[in-house]
Design a protein around this ligand. Sequence first.
Ligand code: DQA
Length: 145
Amino acid sequence: SELLLLNGPNLGILGRREPEVYGTDTLADIEAAVAAEVAGRGWKVVSVQRESEGQLIEAVQDAWDGSVGAIVNPGALMIAGWGLRDALAAYPRPFVEVHLSNVWARESFRHESVLAPIASGVIVGLGALGYRLAAQALLAKVPAS
Ligand code: DQA
C-alpha cells in the first residue's frame, strides 16, 4: 500500500527556507520520518513536491487507485487552491492537512484554508513532527487489510 505525501510550493527548500519559521528539517528528513512511521504497516511513501497547482492535482489523480490516504501540506495553496481542493474532494481516501508553522499566529491571510473543511483533520504549528502525527492519524483511520 502507498501513502501519498504531497507538498506544495516552496516546500522543497525546507531546511534553508526561513528556518526560524519552518525549522531546519529538510523535505528528505520529513520523508524518512514518515516512511519510518508507516513501515510497520507495510506502507510505502510516495513523496511528491511540486511548485504548481496543476502538477499537484495530477499527483492526487495518479494516487486515486493505489494509495491508502494522503498527507498534504499545500503551502500557500491553502489560501486559494480551489483546483487542488476539488481534486482532494474527489480523492476517495482520507487526507490530513499539515502546516509546519502555526498559521493562526501569523498574517491573517493564512488564517483560513480552502482544504481544511474537507480534510480528515488538520495539524498546524508542530513543525516536522506534524507530519509524523499525520501518519499516525492515517494509520489509525485506515483499517488494516
Ligand atoms: C505552510 C504555511 C503556509 O501559509 C505557507 O504559505 C507555506 C508553508 C506551513 O507549512 O507552515 O508555504 O504551509
